[in-house]
Write a protein that binds this ligand. Sequence first.
Ligand SMILES: NC(=O)c1ccc[n+]([C@@H]2O[C@H](COP(=O)([O-])OP(=O)(O)OC[C@H]3O[C@@H](n4cnc5c(N)ncnc54)[C@H](OP(=O)(O)O)[C@@H]3O)[C@@H](O)[C@H]2O)c1
Length: 272
Amino acid sequence: MLTGKPILITGASSGIGLATAMACSRIGMPVALSARRKDRLDEAAARINQAGGQAIAIRCNVVSKEDCADAVKQTIDAFGSVYSVFANAGYGYEAPVATMDEAKLRDIFEVNFYGSLNIIWAAMPHLQHRKEGHILWCSSGLSKISLPNFAAYSATKAAQDHFGRAMRIELLGTGIHCSTVHPITTETEFSTGVEAVSGKSRGTLRTPRSARQSAETVADAIVKCLESPKGEVWTSFSARASLALATLCPGLADWVLARRHQNLIREVEQDG
Ligand SMILES: NC(=O)c1ccc[n+]([C@@H]2O[C@H](COP(=O)([O-])OP(=O)(O)OC[C@H]3O[C@@H](n4cnc5c(N)ncnc54)[C@H](OP(=O)(O)O)[C@@H]3O)[C@@H](O)[C@H]2O)c1
């Protein structure tokens, strides 16, 4: 029963974070929406409050430990406690390893990985004091395999996955759950963000429409996991099965990925 149990979400100004805020509010959870674009958060929080839910908007850059501590404090001040933290803020960077920009590599780790830790560390003392809670890391299907030109992003998602698993086991029996979320390609502002950071697309994120999911699909799976905690949240059985096969047969996985990579190079060249 999650009614009245507050959730703090990073990266809630768009995409998966925003959809999760809406879905959590529909089951009666007070929601603290955080991100950098405060205007968007204000608008979303107003929509939730007008619909009879409870929401606050908090400007928070996850790279800043001070912002993260303040986000937890504001959530507790508004709702009396924090039950769940969804470390969701993140972005992608597309570049080959050999010529990758080191500053961009370090920045994506600062946001996706250390940013997740910053908000989780800020909330942990409170959760441990209450002896209950649920930490969620927004990892990715790419935590289990790296795509060519997407090594930096995949590495941040693998780091989240590893920390999430270790933490889940460390916290067994404490009343605090820890789950990792592994979306496949999701229709959000993510690809626009990748181009803003990386320049002209190399096509890594091209996927047939049938292989894409909505942010609401991911949000619904997260709500189910909050209601009935489990370690990993997957929204595509075929993706999960393919990734398991890729781990079992790395040579086959390389062959498939290399063919896809060559096809993408041709397609991008043809598109000019
Ligand atoms: N879309 C996909 O295909 C996909 C697949 C697997 C996993 N994911 C993961 O899902 C998560 C959400 O991405 P999305 O697809 O929903 O993309 P999105 O619509 O671009 O959302 C990204 C969110 O992260 C926030 N953000 C970025 N940098 C931040 C920072 N330094 N501090 C605080 N917030 C920051 C953005 O808000 P502001 O700009 O307002 O700060 C935005 O709310 C990411 O962790 C991503 O890796 C996405």
